[in-house]
Design a protein around this ligand. Structure first.
Ligand SMILES: C[S@@+](CC[C@H](N)C(=O)[O-])C[C@H]1O[C@@H](n2cnc3c(N)ncnc32)[C@H](O)[C@@H]1O
Length: 214
């Protein structure tokens, strides 16, 4: 397991967890981004039968898990941060299925889920940790893995993007080609991909099939 990246410790601070939703998803812009990301989630889930167990890694404050449950899936949220899990449990009125765990070594048996989704984590991780997480998702999901990255094309565009939209630049730049290679390396077959909002928000969701699912 890797400990050399900030996101693993950062969100374990109570104040950081407490500010998470307000800092990202409040106001018109936050509402819009959250709505877009949830729309993206539902596009990536097309083809996965409702009722299936879906691993939400990392669950954070639970916005994706609550949406999955509302759509008829059975979400299981996992996160390394106790404070984030507590907020997630509160926001779900105690009805959420949550467990503390590290994405690099998931506390689940092989094939325990129909699908596994990963939003807003891979961009924080250095390549070795990303691969550990992807391999773990490929191991526990039978039908579908969803991995969201911010593929980098032109550094200048990223600079403008950061300045104009006041968005943080990714810590680890990876191109679409590198991502495809990385996914294949981790036993994941690319089925399709969707952008969050072409030309504006760079996030891209890769919809994948674990090799064990064929
Ligand atoms: C930016 S938040 C994303 C939360 C959620 N997926 C969302 O989209 O709102 C990143 C989360 O990743 C969690 N995290 C960081 N490293 C992790 C790891 N190795 N295993 C599990 N969770 C991790 C943090 O605790 C934090 O809750």
């Amino acid at each position: 397991m890797t400990d050399s990246y900030t996101a693993k410790q950062h969100y374990q601070q109570h104040d950081v967890a407490g500010d998470y939703d307000r800092e990202r998803f409040s106001g018109l812009r936050g509402w819009f981004v959250n709505r877009l990301e949830q729309g993206l989630l539902m596009k990536t889930m097309e083809g996965v039968s409702q009722g299936g167990r879906v691993l939400d890694l990392p669950v954070g404050t639970g916005r994706m898990s609550r949406r999955l449950d509302a759509e008829g899936y059975r979400a299981v949220g996992t996160d390394v941060s106790e404070p984030m899990l507590r907020i997630s449990a509160n926001l779900a009125g105690g009805r959420a299925n949550l467990a503390r765990g590290d994405g690099e070594r998931l506390p689940y048996r092989d094939g325990a889920f129909a699908a596994a989704i990963c939003f807003r984590l891979l961009v924080h991780l250095p390549a070795p940790a990303r691969k550990n997480v992807l391999r773990e998702m490929a191991r526990v999901a039978t039908e579908r893995v969803v991995a969201v990255y911010q593929p980098h094309r032109i550094a200048l565009w990223w600079l403008l993007y950061g300045l104009l939209l006041r968005r943080k630049l990714p810590l680890h730049f990876v191109s679409d080609d590198d991502i495809r290679e990385e996914l294949a390396d981790c036993g994941l077959r690319l089925v399709r991909s969707h952008t969050l909002l072409r030309g504006v928000f760079m996030e891209r969701a890769y919809v994948l099939e674990p090799s064990s699912g064929t």
